[in-house]
Every structure is written in structure tokens, then in C-alpha cells.
Design a protein around this ligand. Structure first.
Ligand code: NAP
Ligand code: FER
Length: 332
């Protein structure tokens, strides 16, 4: 049998186990032009909380009873298409599901020569692409710039900081525990780290970079971003990538906040979506893979074992319990 996690009910505030339900169905047969795929790794990402919400978005909201949105790394078990052979590794947006029969062109190849296949939904997948294009195409840092990044030990943030170092930036990460702060400095080579739960972010930024922050890669919004805005340099750039501190809010936050700082500093703020750069993803995948191979980029995966544990892991992601790219290992 196939198993799928559905959104049983729409959460209000923090999701709970009751908002998710497993639905079983027979493993499907691929039709002409289709492949049958078996999930190896399922990606859990903050944007999924947005899909569970009704209201304006770039994507259609989930309805109650629909399979939870998501991308998986999978292996081709049956192929009715000349483009795919049995045993190929692919990634596909089949949602939180163990098996699916899908049109072959929707099953995108995952090249095992670029890295372990799990990275196909991590550093060599959507989060890695987000870091690469948000930094290099939206913030466009110059050598010597101070770059601040929030959710700095996470799937996106850790890559932002390391590509910042490759480009000659002075990099400061903001994260939610001493262990995460130690990791980004000692293992990833960030120049500084601030624990927003125990430290005064604004005062620490001013101490670490007295000339201010030239580039801010914002993954979180809320009080952390307020503190960074107090420290922006003249003609600084802010990329709005995510606002995870707001995702569980039952009513949308009012704002914008502290915009006076932007007038004084003549700052440019730009939101972006990873899909804006889709046509350039392949070159970024190869470049990041090369940086991993030559040792200039490291990555960490937080792998939760077992399909049945997905909701609990996802609820934890929104509370900062993950350390690195969150994945669910579904099968061998
Ligand atoms: P991640 O950083 O691996 O995991 C989420 C992290 O957010 C948690 O570990 C936690 O780390 C932090 N967090 C949770 N609640 C917070 C709060 N109230 N205040 C501050 N930090 C909080 O996740 P990711 O996949 O790399 O995503 C990071 C951000 O990028 C998300 O906002 C996501 O929506 C966004 N994103 C945007 C795009 C796009 O196209 N624009 C694409 C991908 C991702 P701490 O322990 O450090 O708090
Ligand atoms: C994300 C956060 C927000 C993301 C997309 C969005 C692809 C889009 C939000 C919207 O349309 O309201 O992590 O990842």
C-alpha cells in the first residue's frame, strides 16, 4: 500500500498532530509516458505552513483532505517512458507521499555525481538555490561588505553565509542556540554569531560591525529583523527571503516596522522567490557542488527516520528544533 499525509484540518496558529492524517491507497500503476517512483527522502520546508493557510499567495492553498505539498527524492521503480530507467534517482513535487505514478517529465533527474542524492532537495535543491540567487542576484554583495543572515544555521542561511565568505564578505549569523552559533563560526567560518534568544541582537551587531550591515538576508522577520534594521549601513540592501517568525501567527502581522531606518540609510528592500531564477538553477547546482567538493562549503542535514514522524518534525521546524536541512528518511 501507498501512504500519504493529508491536511486533515486547517491549523490556526501552531499546527498540531490533529491537523494531519495518513491516507492509504493501492500503489498506482504507471500509464503510458509515466514513471512509478518510490520516495527515499521527503523534504520538510517552512513554506509548507503557508500552503496550509487560506489567503493570497503565489500558490493555491491546500484544501482539507489534500495531500501535504512537498518535494521528494525518489527512485524509479517502473518506467513507461524512454526518458527514465528503473533505478534512476529523481526529485518530484509529489507531496508527503511514499509512492506516486507521475508523467516522466515531472520527475527531474538527480545527478548522483554532484553529491549524495539527499542533497537534491537540500543544498543542491530548492534551499541551496534560494541561498545562491538571493545572495548573488538580489543582494549582490561586494568584497568587504558586512553580510548579516538570520536563521543562519538552517538550510538556506548556512549556504548564504558560506557563499558570502567565498565572495569576501564579513559574515554575521543570527541563530537560536549557542550550539548553532558555535557551529556557524567554528565549522562554517562565519566571522560572528549572535544568539537572538540570549543576546541583545542590535547591540551585538553594533559591536561586531561598527560600520553597520551592508547586506541583510532575512529569513525570519519580527524582532530579529527590527534589530538588524537599527544597524543598516548607508545604501544597504535587504533581501526578504522568509518571515518564519510570523508563519504561525493566527492573524497577519501589521507593519511594515521601523521604516524610518530605511530613509536615513537609503536602503533598498526586495522580496524574491527561488523560482524567479529557475532558468539558472542548473549552473548554480554545479557551482555549489564544486564548492562542496573543494571544501569551501559544508552542509548539515537533520534526518528524521520514518514517514510516520513527518508532522512532528514539521511542527518542530517552525519552532527551531531542526539543526540543518530537515529531511524525513522514508525508505532505503
Ligand atoms: P531552516 O532555517 O532550516 O529552519 C527554520 C529555522 O527558522 C529554525 O530552525 C529556526 O532556527 C528559525 N526560526 C523558527 N522560528 C523562528 C522565530 N520565531 N524567530 C527567528 N527564527 C526562527 O529553514 P529553511 O528551509 O532554511 O528556510 C529559511 C527561511 O527561508 C524560511 O523563512 C523560509 O520560508 C525561507 N525560504 C524562502 C524561499 C523563497 O523562495 N523566498 C525559499 C526557501 C526558503 P533558530 O533556532 O535559529 O531560531
Ligand atoms: C517560502 C516562504 C514564502 C517560500 C515561498 C513563500 C518557496 C511564498 C509566500 C507567498 O506567496 O505568500 O519559504 O518558499
Amino acid at each position: 500500500m501507498n501512504r500519504a499525509w493529508t491536511m486533515a484540518s486547517r491549523p490556526s496558529g501552531e499546527p498540531t498532530a490533529e491537523n494531519f492524517a495518513i491516507v492509504e491507497s493501492p500503489i498506482p500503476e504507471p500509464k503510458h509516458g509515466e514513471v512509478l517512483i518510490r520516495t527515499l527522502y521527503m523534504s520538510l520546508d517552512p513554506y509548507m505552513r503557508g500552503r496550509m493557510r487560506s489567503g493570497p499567495s503565489y500558490a493555491t492553498p491546500l484544501q482539507e483532505g489534500e495531500v501535504m505539498t512537498g518535494e521528494v527524492v525518489a527512485v524509479v521503480e517502473k518506467s513507461e517512458s524512454p526518458s527514465h530507467k528503473v533505478g534512476d534517482t529523481v526529485r518530484a513535487g509529489i507531496g508527503w507521499q511514499e509512492w506516486a505514478a507521475i508523467p516522466a517529465h515531472i520527475a527531474k533527474p538527480v545527478d548522483p555525481d554532484l553529491g549524495p542524492v539527499s542533497t537534491g532537495v537540500g543544498i543542491l535543491g530548492m534551499p541551496g538555490m534560494t541561498a545562491y540567487f538571493g545572495l548573488l542576484e538580489v543582494l549582490k554583495p561586494r568584497a568587504g561588505d558586512t553580510l548579516a543572515v538570520s536563521a543562519a544555521s538552517g538550510a538556506v542561511g548556512a549556504v548564504v553565509g558560506q557563499i558570502g565568505k567565498i565572495n569576501g564578505c564579513f559574515v554575521i549569523g543570527v541563530a537560536g542556540s549557542d550550539e548553532k552559533c558555535k557551529y556557524i563560526v567554528d565549522e562554517l567560518g562565519f566571522d560572528g554569531a549572535i544568539n537572538y534568544k540570549t543576546q541583545d541582537v542590535s547591540a551585538e551587531l553594533a559591536r561586531l560591525s561598527p560600520t553597520g550591515v551592508d547586506c541583510y538576508f532575512d529569513n525570519v522577520g519580527g524582532p530579529v529583523s527590527d534589530a538588524v534594521f537599527e544597524n543598516l549601513a548607508l545604501k544597504s540592501r535587504v533581501a526578504i527571503c522568509g518571515q518564519i517568525s510570523q508563519y504561525n501567527a493566527a492573524t497577519p502581522p501589521q507593519g511594515p516596522r521601523n521604516m524610518g531606518a530605511l530613509i536615513r540609510t537609503r536602503t533598498t528592500v526586495e522580496g524574491f522567490l527561488v523560482y524567479d531564477f529557475e532558468l539558472q538553477h542548473e549552473i548554480a547546482r554545479v557551482r555549489i557542488s564544486n564548492w562542496i567538493k573543494d571544501g569551501s562549503i559544508k552542509y548539515k542535514e537533520d534526518v528524521v527516520d520514518g514517514f510516520e514522524n513527518a508532522p512532528e518534525a514539521f511542527i518542530g521546524l517552525l519552532a527551531g528544533k531542526n539543526f540543518g536541512k530537515l529531511l524525513v528518511k522514508v525508505s532505503e
